[in-house]
Design a protein around this ligand. Structure first.
Ligand SMILES: [Zn+2]
Length: 317
């Protein structure tokens, strides 16, 4: 017999007490905006879109504790799904991803303007006007499995210079258009529109509870702020990108569980490369097979829910 806890990863990062950051200065809990008083972009660094992804919390608390202030423009620091974060239980560390529904699948007007009274929809409505002000949004995440960290954004031209500057992490996942059932935060409003300037990127910093994920989140955040000229050069110089050239993948299909009986054919963790036709999963009686050569598994979920995306399929580009 095995119990669920036999497969639990070590918890190297534990939740910090965020009560000192609750009041903030925006009239919305857990949000701070710092205005340099000089012209420049409004840059947002967002943590805890998922309640058990602690690396973003490490990065945002680092900026707050170090008293980092923007040299130009405005800097907003937010902790998004604190309600889920407060539910963390080390015996069930994967269950505090959200309270009622995935906070990262509700950023369309229909949901935000609709009747949904979930914890996440109500929190999203509080944050919406603040996120709508941003010229750039870094949304910090981590992964269930210990896979290489990734930078995720749309393949639009407007992302090229930022992506080049960040360089790390070295796996770049391009997400062309909305393909998930429910819109992710980085595709909210102007961030997702090719004709609008605002930039929204996700960084997946490694496994949720690994100390290295918190260290990477701080480094990527500093490089993000440096791209916009918001921190001093000597501070930015402490955060050099990894050596090597980024590998790029384009997501071409998001697999949604059609049945309540969806199961993976292998214990995929991510970045496995499959031959065309290889079996990925069974969805009830239906086979889900790799639809093209070099089909790369991206972020298979641990929590399979009918009607929700369970894995993305990408091709190397
Ligand atoms: Zn996440």
């Amino acid at each position: 017999m095995t119990s669920p806890s036999d497969n639990l990863p070590p918890i190297e990062i534990t939740p910090k007490d965020l009560s000192a950051y609750r009041s903030g200065n925006r009239g919305v809990d857990y949000v701070h905006t710092f205005d340099s008083g000089r012209p420049g972009p409004h840059v947002i660094v967002n943590a805890l879109t998922h309640g058990n992804e602690f690396c973003g919390m490490m990065a945002v608390t680092h900026l707050l504790e170090q008293g980092i202030r923007p040299l130009r423009g405005k800097l907003t620091l937010s902790f998004a799904n604190v309600a889920a974060y407060h539910r963390f239980d080390p015996a069930r560390p994967f269950e505090s991803r959200f309270v009622d529904r995935d906070f990262n699948r509700i950023w369309d007007d229909a949901t935000l303007d609709g009747p949904d009274q979930s914890v996440e929809a109500r929190r999203a409505r509080e944050l919406r006007p603040i996120f709508a002000e941003g010229d750039a949004l870094l949304d910090i995440h981590s992964t269930s499995h210990a896979v290489p960290p990734m930078l995720i954004h749309e393949p639009q031209a407007k992302y090229a210079a930022l992506s080049r500057h960040l360089h790390s992490p070295l796996h770049h996942v391009l997400l062309p258009g909305v393909m998930h059932p429910g819109r992710p935060l980085i595709q909210f409003g102007a961030y997702g529109r090719p004709d609008a300037a605002p930039l929204g990127v996700v960084v997946e910093c490694g496994q949720h509870f690994a100390a290295s994920s918190g260290i990477l989140a701080i480094s990527i955040t500093m490089r993000f702020l440096d791209f916009f000229g918001m921190i001093p050069a000597d501070l930015a110089a402490q955060y050099q990108p990894e050596a090597g050239e980024p590998k790029r993948y384009e997501v071409t299909r998001v697999v949604v569980a059609q049945s309540a009986d969806f199961r993976f054919a292998q214990p995929w963790i991510g970045f496995e490369e499959l031959a065309e036709g290889e079996l990925i999963a069974m969805d009830g009686d239906i086979e889900v097979r790799a639809p093209f050569p070099r089909c790369t598994i991206i972020m298979p979920t641990r929590r399979i829910l009918q009607g929700r995306d369970v894995v993305s399929l990408a091709r190397p580009v």
